[in-house]
Unconditional design. Structure first.
Length: 526
């Protein structure tokens, strides 16, 4: 657009000669290691380019996109800057205790699986070849040889580099054939938690000079409009639900974060309940699903009841579990095979679940098909707020994994994108209402947003006030957006929204607000 084809030339030339300043290498350096005499002119040119490009690119937006840009994207950019600045408090005592316990359990596991016959045989062979050799489950080379050579497992899944995959979700399928894999995978899980979360939280890798963790949000982090974070990524901390029966369940990593107000403070999290499922029900105009949401019943139990014909009150735990997984699999345009692979549900059972689900909710199946057809015809998907995601392979005439991935993305994007935008709108409006009502930032600070939730660090005495404000705005976003973002169209949102509040001294031990109020001797009427 501007003809500035070489404005990076001086910086690129320096990076080529100085590996420590070149982030494009296999072992990347960092632009932080580049002298200011090189960086500042480049930064100035970048800033100038932004100013000149703004009007050119703005003119290319659709009217809906211009509204979204003016009323949300610029607003959320400012708010995310504030959230970054606020930072998150690390409980160093908890983090240090977790480090010791995780390391001890990892050492125990290593000792246990080292005695396994298959591990011992591989170790014996390798020691015979080399004087020093130790089995390292974090080495993909070691794991490939252990699983596919010594374990004699046929290779069915490869990485992009055409190497047999050693991802946990792949290797979990082989635990029945190589039982020791269960302990090895647990060991890797603990080491990853230590290296990627617990240890960084105790060091300058995460901690800034003020002792807080400050992430960097990416407003364009995902093409759907979802916000991403990096350095560190505080939106992708392992959760206990994904590792049942392990230390991650009993000692959740999120507990390394606590309130900066000490014993007088808590972390308050407000989540949009089943947000993407509600969006899909609205966009597909699926009457039975909409009625289930309007009834206020548990949606997964209600879906189980409608599909099976069993009374709502008689749905057992297993049936609810099955249809909960179907709900989430369909949102991400998964198939019966996805259900089988990810949740270990027998393939025949998975196929029956999908068939019965779509028999009950044909509008959702039609919506998925229509979303894919639209993207195949136009080369992009569009959200009800005007965001677009373009696809590289969706118009391909040949079936391929890349085309299939584009089709799945095109079915999910119209759902995931508005769900994210609504939470971001809520965060902006909550912050504005806090200012308007004179709610003191010395008593409450917004510190994170994770896709469908907003996290606020606040003093105990303002918990009720903050929670009430968040729930009011998140459940009635159409009304509040009409005040602060009057041109955004919500005519399509025909499903009620529900916000759930959890409170706790640490990020990983939050409980429902009503339970917390009872524990702290608050009246809970209303």
């Amino acid at each position: 657009y501007l003809g500035w084809y070489d404005h990076e030339s001086e910086m690129d030339a320096y990076a080529l000669e100085h590996p420590e300043a070149n982030p494009r290498l296999k072992k990347p350096g960092s632009y932080k290691n580049m002298p200011l005499r090189i960086l500042l002119p480049y930064s100035a040119k970048d800033s100038g380019a932004v100013v000149l490009l703004k009007d050119i690119l703005y003119a290319k937006l659709t009217e809906m996109q211009k509204i979204l840009y003016d009323e949300l994207i610029m607003e959320i950019s400012n708010l995310l800057t504030e959230i970054e600045y606020n930072g998150m408090e690390v409980d160093k005592y908890v983090a240090e205790r977790y480090r010791l316990i995780y390391e001890m359990r990892a050492a125990e596991l290593y000792e246990e699986f080292s005695k396994d016959k298959l591990v011992r045989r591989m170790t014996k062979d390798k020691v015979a070849e080399k004087k020093k050799w130790r089995f390292n489950p974090r080495s993909s080379i070691h794991m490939v040889e252990f699983v596919y050579v010594y374990g004699k497992i046929p290779v069915t899944t490869y990485t992009k580099k055409k190497v047999p995959s050693t991802k946990a979700e792949v290797l979990e399928d082989y635990v029945d054939k190589i039982p020791v894999l269960k302990k090895i995978l647990y060991y890797k899980l603990l080491l990853n938690a230590l290296s990627k979360n617990i240890v960084p939280a105790l060091t300058s890798k995460w901690l800034s000079d003020d002792g807080l963790v400050h992430t960097n949000f990416k407003v364009a982090g995902a093409r759907t409009g979802r916000i991403a974070s990096e350095d560190p990524n505080i939106q992708n901390i392992p959760t206990e639900e994904k590792a049942p029966g392990t230390l991650l369940e009993y000692l959740p990593i999120k507990n390394i974060f606590t309130s900066r107000f000490g014993e007088d403070g808590v972390l308050l999290s407000v989540d949009e309940s089943a947000m993407e499922l509600r969006i899909e029900a609205a966009l597909s105009k699926c009457t039975p699903m909409l009625e289930a949401f309007k009834s206020g019943k548990d949606i997964h139990t209600a879906v189980s009841s409608m599909v099976t014909g069993i009374d709502y009150d008689r749905i057992d735990r297993d049936t609810r579990y099955y249809y909960k997984r179907v709900n989430w699999t369909i949102i991400f345009a998964g198939t019966a095979y996805t259900l089988h692979k990810r949740y270990k549900i027998p393939m025949k059972k998975a196929e029956q679940l999908f068939e019965s689900y779509f028999d009950q909710f044909p509008q959702i199946e039609q919506f998925i098909e229509d979303s894919i057809k639209f993207a195949c015809k136009n080369g992009y998907s569009e959200s009800p707020f005007g965001r677009r995601r373009y696809y590289t392979y969706i118009k391909s005439t040949e079936d391929s994994p890349a085309k299939f991935a584009d089709e799945r993305a095109s079915a999910n994007m119209p759902v995931q994108s508005p769900a994210s935008d609504i939470v971001l709108m809520s965060a902006v409006i909550i912050r504005k209402e806090m200012d308007k009502r004179g709610m003191d930032t010395k008593s409450m600070l917004m510190i994170n947003t994770v896709h469908d939730s907003i996290v606020i660090d606040c003093r105990k005495e303002v918990v009720v006030e903050v929670a009430a404000l968040c729930v009011e705005i998140m459940e009635n976003i159409i009304h509040w957006a009409g005040i602060y973002m009057p041109h955004i169209d919500f005519g399509w949102l025909i499903c009620p929204l529900k916000a759930d509040v959890e409170v706790g001294s640490h990020y990983g031990n939050k409980i429902k607000l009503k339970d917390w109020l009872k524990e702290n001797n608050y009246g809970v009427a209303g």
